[in-house]
Write a new protein. Structure first.
Length: 356
């Protein structure tokens, strides 16, 4: 039985984008055992994933989000586990020093990493196989997928994102009492922890009101748990003429995916919620400004991109004020977003793979 260790210590969305690689390995080697190490706060999108034998959680790198005691406990638990497993393969998918240390301690027989960007020689010596896949102009899913398949000498195609949506619906209804289960609804996730990715609050308000008034769709606003995102939603609601349901970080990620699984459409910016929509095959209208849409767009799911004209992309350097929405996001028009939403709502092919 092959034993495989995957280490990815990035953000939540990055963690979810690893799931096609995990699914491919499990399908190619049904009896293999796959262990995964992710950063604290990212484990929610992998919980209940039947392709994974053991999910380990590393302490958050920000000292504000962890205590010394908790860090020591978590690190010792991981080290004790990985040193006993005797892995056949180990992969650093985040290119971080901590991930490299875990792989070194695991003593995996084959340790792999992507070396397209040519890391220092002393770091490269920690690995005995590399992938030279030039992932820059390609989707981030393929960075992980090709790193693993190149190192293992495999060929194939990366499938869709994977998330387990088996949740306790009664618990969800306690957390958010007014979810519109019995009528068509859309999910709008208008915020990101990065303010420069956000759209104008009055524009989101107009889209929400028009979807309700013109299309007869209830609107569910979803945001993350942070105070910045909560204030952004307050600004949107202040511009709304109609009443809409709100989820202010009240649901776990798998629960939010369940809500999306039963929705008619997703609208939002480049954030983990957009990838959750892709994982449940919910058609999505995704707004992109400075982010590289070729790397981060919804993966293998029906979607329409709305792109703001961006000078940062031309120069490949952020030149605008990151503390506020970028001019490229402000340039996106409500009519453009509505047109893309209507296109997906009318298109039977956009909903063909869904089981509502």
């Amino acid at each position: 039985m092959k034993q495989i260790l995957l280490v990815k210590l990035n953000h939540i969305g990055d963690t979810l984008l690893m799931t096609p690689t995990i699914r491919f390995l499990k399908q190619r080697f049904p009896h293999c055992a796959i262990d995964v190490i992710v950063r604290s706060g990212c484990e929610g999108v992998l919980q209940g994933n039947r392709d994974i034998r053991h999910l380990m959680v590393a302490a958050h790198p920000n000292p504000k989000n962890r205590t010394l005691k908790r860090t020591i406990q978590e690190q010792w638990k991981i080290v004790k586990t990985i040193t006993l497993r005797r892995y056949d393969f180990g992969f650093d998918l985040s290119n971080s020093d901590r991930a490299k240390l875990y792989l070194l301690l695991s003593a995996a027989k084959i340790r792999g990493i992507n070396n397209w960007k040519l890391m220092p020689l002393w770091k490269l010596k920690l690995f005995n196989r590399t992938s030279g896949y030039a992932w820059g102009p390609h989707h981030q899913v393929l960075k992980d997928f090709r790193t693993v398949t190149d190192v293992m000498g495999l060929e194939g195609e990366a499938g869709p994102l994977v998330i387990n949506t088996e949740v306790d619906r009664s618990d969800m209804e306690k957390r958010v009492a007014d979810l519109p289960w019995h009528k068509p609804y859309v999910v709008i996730h208008p915020t990101s922890r990065w303010q420069f990715k956000q759209w104008l609050p009055e524009s989101w308000a107009e889209v929400a009101d028009r979807l309700n008034r013109e299309k007869g769709l209830s609107v569910v606003f979803s945001i993350g748990p942070g105070e910045v995102e909560s204030r952004a939603l307050d600004q949107i609601l202040a511009h709304c003429q109609l009443s809409h349901t709100t989820i202010r970080g009240a649901l776990q990620l798998r629960q939010l995916a369940y809500v999306m699984e039963h929705a008619a459409l997703f609208l939002g910016v480049d954030t983990v919620a957009m990838h959750l929509a892709a994982a449940v095959q919910l058609p999505a209208v995704a707004l992109f400004g400075p982010s590289s849409e070729w790397s981060w767009s919804p993966w293998l799911s029906s979607h329409q991109l709305v792109l703001g004209p961006c000078d940062c992309k031309k120069t490949r350097k952020f030149i605008c004020d990151k503390s506020r929405p970028y001019p490229c996001m402000e340039a996106i028009r409500v009519e453009t977003v509505m047109a893309q939403a209507e296109k997906l709502l009318r298109d039977p092919a956009a909903h063909a793979q869904r089981q509502l």
